[in-house]
Design a protein around this ligand. Structure first.
Ligand code: GLP
Length: 261
């Protein structure tokens, strides 16, 4: 796991956008895993700027989102399919239909989850997965207690996650759906490169467990310690509880420019 501590959100966005740009240069039809939440917004902003400037193109790329609320109407602004379209997909040059998400309105939920796993497999798997992390250590919507071997399935959201996400539903916790479909931890572990972003002191505890804690279903993100290529991009506030912060900074400073993340 490579830990990179940067000065601010803009630098985080630039480092992640460099990695995605380099991937698309060598593989224009790459498959990118997209995440909702506020953490990746700086990456999407940077990529939208670079795309408008002709520096990067998604015209042959495909995308898969991590998760979706169950039961939100198709036109609901907080449906993740609509969120990712608004914050990223519509701002770059993806081909129509190139970005898919789990179907939170499916009548047959287990079949929809299996179809989603199949679609990712048929696309050749995810080359680079963008991730955030919940304050309780969840990734996608794999809440504490999730099987470390889980695949795409329905999950019940914790009260904490619903409180955290109420800000998108007019501050009303009861308006936040109770269930979601989410890629499982084993699904996420199959991505070839995982880039996880966390900023702010409210993420410091989850980041501490993710990077330096024991692997445990109680902090689902810790499964990433078993992944061969994970990059964790942090600001100072999110890194404040890391025991080896000095070592991570020194390692990154000493890295040659050409190497990337
Ligand atoms: C939601 C999403 C996660 C995201 C998390 C953190 O629960 N399902 O994918 O990582 O929130 O969100 P934020 O980045 O806004 O803190």
């Amino acid at each position: 796991m490579e830990v990179v501590i940067l000065a601010n959100a803009k630098e985080i966005g630039a480092v992640a956008a460099d990695a995605i740009g380099a991937l698309l240069d060598r593989q224009p039809d790459a498959v990118i895993g997209l995440a909702t939440g506020s953490s990746p917004l700086m990456i999407y902003d940077e990529l939208a700027l670079r795309c408008a400037a002709g520096l990067v193109s998604f015209s042959r790329a495909r995308g898969f989102t991590l998760d979706e609320y169950v039961g939100l109407p198709a036109d609901h602004p907080e449906r993740y399919h609509n969120v990712i379209d608004r914050v990223f997909v519509s701002r770059v040059d993806f081909a129509p239909g190139a970005v898919r998400g789990p179907d939170g309105l499916a009548a047959d939920i287990p079949a929809a989850c299996a179809a989603y796993e199949d679609a990712i497999r048929q696309a050749g798997g995810i080359d680079l997965q963008i991730l955030g992390i919940g304050t309780d250590g969840h990734i996608a919507f794999n809440e504490p207690g999730s099987s470390l071997a889980s695949r795409t399935r329905i999950k019940t959201l914790t009260r904490q996650t619903r409180i955290d996400n109420a800000r998108f539903f007019g501050g009303d916790v009861d308006a936040v759906p109770t269930h979601c479909l989410t890629q499982g931890l084993a699904t996420i572990m199959e991505a070839r490169h995982v880039v996880l972003v966390a900023t702010g002191s409210h993420k410091a505890e989850a980041v501490h467990h993710l990077v330096e804690g024991p692997v445990s279903a109680m902090w689902p993100a810790t499964i990433l310690q078993h992944h061969p290529h994970v990059t964790v991009l942090l600001d100072d506030a999110a890194a404040q509880r890391l025991q080896l912060a000095g070592y991570y900074r020194e390692t990154y400073r000493a890295k040659p420019d050409w190497q990337g993340i």
